[in-house]
Design a protein around this ligand. Structure first.
Ligand SMILES: Cc1cc2nc3c(=O)[nH]c(=O)nc-3n(C[C@H](O)[C@H](O)[C@H](O)COP(=O)(O)O)c2cc1C
Length: 183
């Protein structure tokens, strides 16, 4: 059984990122365990946690969980043309202590979304820049910018557009291939 963790860039209860993610979970093969890993409990990272202690238990638990994954999916909105701070904080936590990045070499898939037209392009590419430094091989094509999230779901929370479903299936297939190559 392969393990994939989904990290959301939104802490909102009714987040569209969570709705996209709940659909994407279903698109992975049966032998993949895919689940959302919560980040709202994480404190703002302070280097003193690692240098002087004590290291908050939630930070250790998050790093340990990252270590168990075969791949990571990021589903994020864009905040002011960049990455929401909660997501950046989770990445910073995973990246330390220096030299033991708990996400290194984990194949990643980036999915950005927006309630408007641009689909979170700015967040998508700022995140891509961070993942280069974290040494995470990341799906290049297809790029996934999901727009008009407010109109994307039916009453049961399922994605309405068949072309968006096809795009997401292609993205997931490519992610699965990348995971196999890095085993
Ligand atoms: C602080 C803040 C900044 C935002 N900046 C952008 C932006 O740069 N581009 C954009 O398309 N939407 C922006 N939005 C609107 C988000 O697309 C919208 O709030 C979306 O629902 C957030 O994602 P979520 O539903 O997953 O929480 C911003 C929202 C907030 C709260």
């Amino acid at each position: 059984m392969k393990k994939v963790g989904i990290i959301l860039g939104s802490l909102r209860r009714e987040s569209y990122a969570r709705k996209w993610a709940n659909n994407i979970v279903e698109f992975y093969p049966k032998d993949y365990e895919v689940k959302i890993i919560e980040i709202s409990q994480l404190p703002f990272y302070n280097e003193e946690f690692d240098e002087e202690g004590p290291l908050p238990e939630v930070i250790q638990a998050f790093r340990d969980e990252m270590e168990t994954l075969d791949g990571v999916v990021f589903v994020t909105p864009e905040y002011n043309r960049s990455i929401p701070p909660a997501l950046k904080n989770a990445l910073d936590i995973a990246s330390r202590p220096a030299g033991s990045t708990s996400m290194a070499k984990k194949p990643a898939l980036i999915i950005s979304h927006s309630i408007s037209r641009l689909g979170g392009f700015g967040a998508n590419h700022h995140l891509r820049q961070v993942l280069v430094f974290l040494d995470m091989p990341t799906v290049a094509q297809p790029e996934v910018y999901l727009s008009h999230s407010g109109e994307a779901f039916d009453v049961k929370g399922k994605i309405i557009s068949t072309s968006i479903i096809s795009l997401l299936l292609r993205a997931v297939d490519t992610h699965v291939d990348l995971i196999k190559r890095f085993q």
